[in-house]
Design a protein around this ligand. Sequence first.
Ligand SMILES: Nc1ncnc2c1ncn2[C@@H]1O[C@H](COP(=O)(O)OP(=O)(O)OP(=O)(O)O)[C@@H](O)[C@H]1O
Ligand SMILES: [Mg+2]
Length: 311
Amino acid sequence: MNLENLRPFVEAERNCKVWAIGGGKGGVGKSLVTANTSICLALMGYKVVTVDLDLGGANMHTCLGIPIPDKTLSDYISNKVTNINDLLVPTPIRNLQIISGAQDELGIANLKQMHKNKILSKLNELDADFVLLDLGAGTTFNTLDFFISADKGILVILPEPTSIENTYRFIKSVYHRRLKMIEELLDIQPLINQAMNAKISSPGSTPVELVKRIIDINPEAGHRLQTEISKFKPHIIMNQIRNQQDIDIGFSIQSVCKRYFGIDLKYVGYLDYDAAVWQSVKKRKPLLMEFPNSRLVNNFDRIVHKLLEIN
Ligand SMILES: Nc1ncnc2c1ncn2[C@@H]1O[C@H](COP(=O)(O)OP(=O)(O)OP(=O)(O)O)[C@@H](O)[C@H]1O
Ligand SMILES: [Mg+2]
């Protein structure tokens, strides 16, 4: 994969804002967050398109309360549909449209670079203020590239060790991939590999130390690296929280990432554990529409305002 091809998408000036929602682990609430953040923005009057990029596990249509659309990304990838706008399907919510994920066995890992670039370049042509991408689970290169290319990358985390571990893995993978985009330019590949192989607990060889060392050896390369790293500001949401300890896990992750990677993670809020979630899933109705008095309405309201505030 030629990472230089990704650069134009990372640096693209778009008419719309692209927010990508991921998380290393399955079942943590990515689709819940994508669907209901989309709804919040649409209710605020923004034009929103939700794109289901969970290829192989596409279910955003159900989260938004509609049947499987006739046309999906599969048709676009196979050239049966040539204009991405022809994939847009209205939802019961005003201002909110969906592009449905593939319904065949095409998984995100199998998406060819050409098709990924085709999707990335056309997101800009959608008539929308916001385009939200549900990335599905995992850390395949395609998932990482959609996350990296977005204006905002949002990670959903459960207060459970496995989810926290996968979050670090995801952040480390994205961080590494961003570095790879410039390492050839700067000729610092061996140093980067050494730092990325270091354990979180081993002092002196973390990515933060790496940057310091590179600045010493080659100030120009080091500062370019630092600028590149400072652009990486993932947002995190803690989901299914039951107490203050669960909420505080988000702050711990934030400080570990600062210490280890030297990156400023934005903790944009939490979502309470609420039985209304699975009740709405069972009813195939969007949570915010079906349970307008749920605590999650306030949770989402706070998160979306925070996301809109942060550049
Ligand atoms: N805040 C919450 N309160 C209660 N249950 C929740 C909450 N968030 C998620 N769930 C439960 O977790 C399930 C998984 O959520 P969701 O489908 O959004 O996860 P996902 O990360 O998109 O999963 P996948 O990786 O399979 O796509 C929901 O169907 C619901 O039952
Ligand atoms: Mg999902």
